[in-house]
Each structure stands twice: as structure tokens, then as C-alpha cells.
Design a protein around this ligand. Sequence first.
Ligand code: COA
Length: 171
Amino acid sequence: MPGHTSESLTSDIRLREVTDDDLPILFEHQRDPEANQMAAFPARDRDAFMAHWAKIRGDVALTTRTILLDGQVVGNIGSWEHDGKRLVSYWLGKSYWGRGVATRALSALLGVVKARPLYAHVAKHNIGSIRVLEKCGFTMCLEETESLDPPSDGVEELVFKLGPTEDGEAH
Ligand SMILES: CC(C)(COP(=O)(O)OP(=O)(O)OC[C@H]1O[C@@H](n2cnc3c(N)ncnc32)[C@H](O)[C@@H]1OP(=O)(O)O)[C@@H](O)C(=O)NCCC(=O)NCCS
């Protein structure tokens, strides 16, 4: 993975609510085979994808955002609660990888989603995503990782966690 270009430092990353027009673009992003392998997450077919997004966009307990790079839709990021834990995840179109977009999008989300602790489940082989989490202050949580069920598909997962520290500050 090449280092970030100067373009990644000057380009504008924004998060906004997901619109209907974003969905066909996000649909293509989530069915890229390399991304599916990286995230260890299968593609949804069009009907399943649309049904999933209708459900999550209608749920006020979730935060979902489209990621814009210089005004262009390049991915999505979100946060939701599962088993009493607030999780985050993100997904970019492949042509936008390696420019610091996910790191900046997650940093921006941390200003929108104020709850702490935050967790992320990541496939052990997903080095890029692990770096994104570490750069945003998440650390691997051994206790949570060890409490996961053994993987049915052979893909080991790690759990990363962000704050709070003992003095109540997120780090
Ligand atoms: C994982 C993903 C979000 C990374 O997005 P990105 O915008 O390319 O990440 P960034 O450019 O912010 O990179 C952050 C760091 O990770 C490194 N990195 C990114 N992808 C990498 C890869 N495939 N292999 C090794 N390092 C990688 C970058 O070099 C950078 O490190 P550095 O600053 O120390 O040089 C993106 O590849 C993606 O959407 N993948 C498919 C979906 C997915 O895996 N989602 C996460 C599920 S947990």
C-alpha cells in the first residue's frame, strides 16, 4: 500500500446523511470481491441490499453516513448497537483506497457519535482496517476478542475498542 499522497492532505472529506441516490453507488462498493475478502463480509444481492438499507435508514438508534471526498460519494460509515455494545464500521469503493479517506472519515464520525466505549470487529487479516482503527485511537481488546465464538468460516476476528480512560476521557 503506497503512502498517502499530498492530495490526501488537501482533499475535503465530509460525512452526510445517506440519500436514495447514494444507494446504487454503495451497492457497487459492497460487491467488490476484493473488499468482500478483505472485510470477510459477503456481498448482498440488490434486493437484500435495498431491504437492509431501508431498515437501517429507518432506525433512529443507528448512525449511518455517506462519505464524500471533494463532494463525490466514496463510501459509507456507521455506528449501531449490538448486544449492549456500540460498534462502528466503514466501507469504501476500491478506487478510493489508500488515500487516508477511511482514517479521516472515522475521525469525523467520532465527533458525531459521542458514546464511549466504541467497538469494532475486524478480520485478523484486514491490516488496512486495523491501521485505520489504531490511527483513530482504538486498541485491541484481548478480553472481548477472546470472548468471541470460534469462527464458523475460519476467519479469525479481533475486537478493537476506543476509550473511555479511567478519568472518563475518550482516547
Ligand atoms: C479497510 C479500508 C476501510 C481502508 O480504507 P483506506 O481509506 O484505504 O485507509 P487509509 O488510507 O485511511 O489507511 C490507513 C492506514 O492503513 C494502511 N492501509 C490501508 N489499506 C491497507 C492494506 N490493504 N494493506 C496494508 N495497509 C493498508 C495505510 O497505508 C495507512 O497506514 P499509514 O498511515 O501507516 O501509512 C478500505 O480498504 C475498505 O473499505 N475495505 C473494504 C471494506 C472493509 O474492509 N471495511 C472494514 C471492515 S472492519
